[in-house]
Design a protein around this ligand. Structure first.
Ligand code: MN
Length: 724
């Protein structure tokens, strides 16, 4: 059937409600002009489609003027040059909002992979239709497209039918618009399983006469028993929809003959009391099938459906379902949400959109279908969370994010790498800023870089709203910083090792790291850099490590290697000692023997501490040369032009007298030698003991000062001591 504006106007004039005919004609005028020259695949002018949609909304749902106008204009913004602003200017806020809503939900990519996904999309479609009239227009639009699907290509038929079956029919069901739901299902099935559809159609056709006779007889029997009810009840008899039978035969695997619900008789009464009375009469007349009675009057379905259902068996042994309800319940059952406009004229969408949306939301939230067995399988649990927004990838995947989320959250929700590589984002094809707040139904495209060097901006972690995105951004920076950290930590440790004249190998570093509970040396470096561990502590640990190695590997055990090194490194001069075959090596002087220039010396290659210099006659050398580490001993000599200075300690015994200490210090000072430390105390025999530590340039200078001290009056002895 081709719909014309005249048909629409005639229909409007038939309606009991009043309509703004001028506004509707003006909307038609604009749509007609906008779609001028465009034809549907069926060959009809495009304008016939919006007119048909408007007609359906008028005839089936008695929708108001604005809805009719919006229906006429519903494809204008999407398909023609006309802008939404123009519609708003000419037809007002409401019409513009309805057109915009229909346009937007029409852009939602519909694809099904799994039930949960489809359910999300259904939720989005409903949630996006803040004004429920939007979804009703969309249902009428889809219904007309389904009715005229014949002229489309097989691919288009399949795609459209699949969408209708998966999205629009369930939405119609959810909104309680049963007529539309059933018609959509049957039309879809025709394309989705043409053979199955035809088979059932044929089965139903075979006994059409018998069936009609059967239904008529049942109606007559019931009618006779309830004649005293006034006004007379409406008794309808029908065969259930092809799709509902198809489901039972093909999906439930039932035999056609076992299907109880092929026949349905409906009794429409005035009051609820009458409904229960009639139920009693029906159960008296026919044998009820156990467990098939449902009281949806006492317990309405979430989509507000109310009715009494029972299945009984007639005398012929043919089961049939009886539905008993009031007229009001019947209206709701047929038109669902739309019954609002059809039967409550005057409301006409005057309820604030927000409130109306609340009502739908409640409806959805309550949806916990305790339906009859067949419908349980299709029961859909809805938890439309008002705190979430549902947005799409360009491929149609649904991403659920908390309200207030932006494109950064979206990118990280898709994939961490998508977030890290994001360079920009498009919403609905337009570039947006990173802080663009997403709305349900937005189709978001993330632009990413193919470059090897990429990463989030530093301020992203503040812009992002979701903890997930924030954490991923922070993790990236921590990881990136980690590389910097490792570099810095490594450099810092190496510097400190050099300063301490320590050389450590990788194995030793790893051991030190592990002793401090780091998994790797890199972790240790990183920790040094970000302050997770103190560098001085690491050095100490490394010294312990070195000591441990030396204890294990060398028989030579310096008295107190740590002290020795810290005391000696200050005077470890590069050119102080020449080592055979080794250049530029850290050198320290063993404390056990305290070698001075002029002494015969020998070097010991330590594990990591450089070369330790001992006096050749040191007893540790004697032991060391016999140990398994004897290979580590190397020849060493004092450099000829050594400018190094060394500390030496001299032990003086003298008769106690006044000014003894002054004379001793004067003797040292007159040689211009610095005194580091001087201690004096009385011995039990009445003599005095002075221990003085001085700095000398070599053994010759030390010998001279000792001679000098021995000449100080009262001095009994002055000797170099190994102790410090
Ligand atoms: Mn359309």
């Amino acid at each position: 059937m081709v719909y014309t504006i005249d048909m629409l106007i005639n229909k409007i004039e038939e309606m009991e409600k009043s309509y703004d005919l001028d506004k509707i004609q003006s909307a038609y005028g604009l749509a007609e002009k906008a779609h001028n020259g465009v034809f549907r695949t069926s060959g009809e002018p495009y304008i016939t489609h919006p007119v048909a949609v408007a007609y359906i909304l008028l005839e089936q749902f008695c929708m108001d003027t604005d809805t009719i106008c919006a229906a006429l204009l519903h494809d204008v913004v999407e398909d023609t040059d006309i802008k939404l602003e123009a519609i708003q200017k000419k037809f007002g806020e409401d019409v513009a909002r309805l057109v915009d809503g229909v346009t937007k939900i029409g852009q939602v990519p519909l694809n099904t992979r799994e039930e949960q996904h489809a359910e999300n999309i259904r939720k989005i479609l409903i949630a996006m239709s803040k004004d429920i009239r939007v979804i009703i227009i969309k249902l009428a639009d889809r219904l007309h497209n389904m009715r005229t699907l014949e002229s489309r290509s097989p691919e288009k038929q399949l795609k459209t039918s699949l969408e209708t079956m998966n999205f629009y029919a369930p939405i119609a069901h959810r909104l309680g618009i049963n007529d539309v739901k059933e018609e959509m299902e049957d039309l879809s099935l025709r394309y989705l399983d043409p053979y199955g559809f035809k088979e059932i159609e044929a089965l139903l056709d075979v006994h059409k006469d018998e069936r009609d006779t059967f239904i008529d007889r049942i109606r007559g029997m019931i009618s006779e028993r309830i004649t005293d009810i006034q006004p007379p009840p409406i008794i309808e008899g029908r065969v259930k929809s092809i799709y509902s039978i198809y489901k039972k035969v093909y999906i439930k695997g039932k035999d056609f003959s076992e299907i109880y619900d092929i026949y349905a008789v409906r009794i429409i009464l005035q009051t609820v009391v009458e409904c229960y009375n009639v139920l009693g009469i029906i159960h008296d007349m026919f044998r009820p099938i156990p467990y098939r009675f449902k009281d949806y009057i006492a317990m309405p379905k979430p989509n507000r459906y109310q009715s009494l259902h029972t299945t009984v068996i007639g005398r012929e042994g043919i089961p049939f379902e009886v539905q008993i309800r009031t007229q009001e319940m019947h209206n709701t059952a047929q038109y669902g949400v739309a019954a609002h406009w059809k039967y409550k004229a005057g409301i006409q969408g005057s309820v604030a959109g927000e409130k109306r949306f609340d009502w739908i939301r409640q409806l959805l939230e309550q949806q916990q279908e305790a339906d009859d067995v067949e419908q349980i399988s299709e029961a859909i649990k809805v938890d439309l969370a008002p705190d979430d927004v549902f947005v799409f990838t360009p491929k149609g995947d649904v991403i659920t994010l908390p309200v207030g989320s932006n494109v950064i959250d979206f990118a990280y929700a898709i994939h961490t790498q998508v977030g890290h590589k994001m360079t920009g984002a498009k919403v609905g094809g337009r570039m947006v800023s990173f802080d663009y707040t997403l709305h349900t139904g937005d189709i978001v495209e993330i632009l990413t870089t193919g470059s090897e060097s990429y990463g989030p901006n530093r301020n992203w972690s503040e812009i992002a709203k979701t903890n997930e995105a924030k954490a991923k951004i922070r993790a990236w920076f921590k990881r990136e910083r980690r590389e910097e950290n490792i570099e810095c930590g490594k450099a810092a440790l190496e510097k400190e090792l050099r300063r301490n004249a320590m050389t450590v190998d990788d194995e030793m570093l790893l051991e030190a790291a592990q002793r401090q509970r780091f998994a790797s040396v890199d972790d240790l470096y990183a920790a040094i850099s970000y302050g997770g561990v103190q560098l001085s502590k690491v050095i100490t640990k490394l010294k312990e490590e070195l000591l441990r190695h030396q204890k294990i590997t060398a028989a030579v055990q310096p008295v107190d290697i740590e002290k020795t090194i810290s005391a000696n490194n200050k005077r470890a001069q590069k050119n102080g000692v020449i080592l055979d075959g080794i250049d530029d090596c850290a050198v320290k002087y063993a404390q056990c023997c305290n070698p001075l220039p002029g002494d015969d010396i020998i070097g010991f290659i330590t594990r990591g501490y450089g070369v330790s210099i001992h006096k050749a006659d040191c007893q540790n050398v004697a032991l060391g040369l016999k140990s398994e580490n004897r290979d580590r001993w190397i020849a060493a000599h004092w450099a000829v032009n050594s400018s190094s200075s060394f500390r030496a300690t001299i032990d003086i015994i003298a008769e106690d007298r006044t000014a003894l200490l002054a004379d001793v210090t004067t003797a040292i000072a007159s040689n211009r030698l610095p005194i580091y430390e001087i201690n004096a105390h009385y011995l039990k025999n009445g003599n005095a003991n002075i221990i003085v530590t001085i700095e000398v340039s070599g053994i010759e200078q030390l010998k001279n000062i000792i001679l000098r001290l021995q000449k100080v009056p009262g001095v009994i002895s002055a000797e170099r001591t190994g102790k410090q």
